[in-house]
Design a protein around this ligand. Sequence first.
Ligand code: SF4
Ligand code: SF4
Length: 399
Amino acid sequence: MEEKTKKAKVVVVPCKSYEDGAVYAAMRQGIGLLGGLGQFVKPDEHILVKPNFLSAALPEQAVTTHPAVIRAMLRILAEEGCTNVLYGDSPGHGSSAAAAAKLGLAPENTYGAAAADMSQERRVEFPEGLTAKEFYFCREVTEADAIVSLCKMKTHALERVTGAVKNVYGLVCGYRKAAGHVKYPNASIFARMLADIQRCVKPRLHIMDGIVAMDGNGPGSGDPVPMNVLLFSQDPVALDTVFCRLVHLDPELVPTNTQGEAVGIGTCRGEQIEVLIPRDASADAGRAISMEELVERFGNPDFNVDRRGTKKTFLLRYSELMTSLAKRPRIQKDLCIKCGVCVEHCPVPGKAVRFQNGRKEPPVYDYKKCIRCYCCQEMCPRHAITAGRRHDRRREKES
Ligand code: SF4
Ligand code: SF4
């Protein structure tokens, strides 16, 4: 008898507000439809809840996982008897504590979970790695039995989007993240390294905050856009694939999807993904929904994301080469406050962006040195840096 291939399951729960009760109910429903929390963690385990804390930002900026989603997860873990729970992330800039404080997370509203420090590193060897053989993770990662990843639905200059696969990069400690961009210098190699982190730490559960997503100049300087959904899966590639379909982006244009599938952490093939939605607002039961119906009901064709390119292998390589040649970060001078955060975060030895005359003028780029990692664009606190192709700029000037 022919054996049926098991499909990756992705649960999509509509949720239109960050009101605590609404988010908690939606989270309960999503985890329930995926089989219940007991499928993923045990009460006596040390659990690290890992949101996206890119930088210290207010909830409404959509830079981070919303605190209501984090609180709901911590509440559910507490209600299920989990007493050894930490939450935190290693942000690109600043500390986990500063990001948590900006979101209003505090001992009185985090259900007994402790804030993780995430500032001390531990070297972890990973001989099974296909691209990366070692990592410098935050200490808490190495001490956790289980990781629950709470990613944010956002655009990303390097990988087009950031979701479940990319969220694990925050487990790498502090400045080691910038060094990783030099070591894995293009979108495909970087995506393969991310897939190795996934293989190494194996998050038990991925939940995506897409209630208000970020489009445009993400992951730090884009625009909040309501998508009104929470996504749940054990398969990070399948989850990101559903995200792509919701924003009308071909999933095979996203290196974290294609490379993730290539190294076996999940699937980006629609026919191998089963999408479930709740039968109704109160029901514990779900119903399967086709990708077409899902996109029709919950998708957003106006989501501002880079949809250009081709998925054919040769042309993909060619387009990546063209991207590295043409997609340049640039500074909008009238927004720049000359803080130097971009210079500080540029990982290239000798810096590919720097001040020329003290701080009288905004920093300037050396595009010959620039490896197009977009750390400067991610970290600029004034949203003054965009990444675009040269013909985009010509069009801007002409309009
Ligand atoms: S980080 Fe942004 S605001 Fe600060 S110097 Fe660089 S471009 Fe200017
Ligand atoms: S200038 Fe910006 S994009 Fe270029 S290497 Fe430095 S941080 Fe990366």
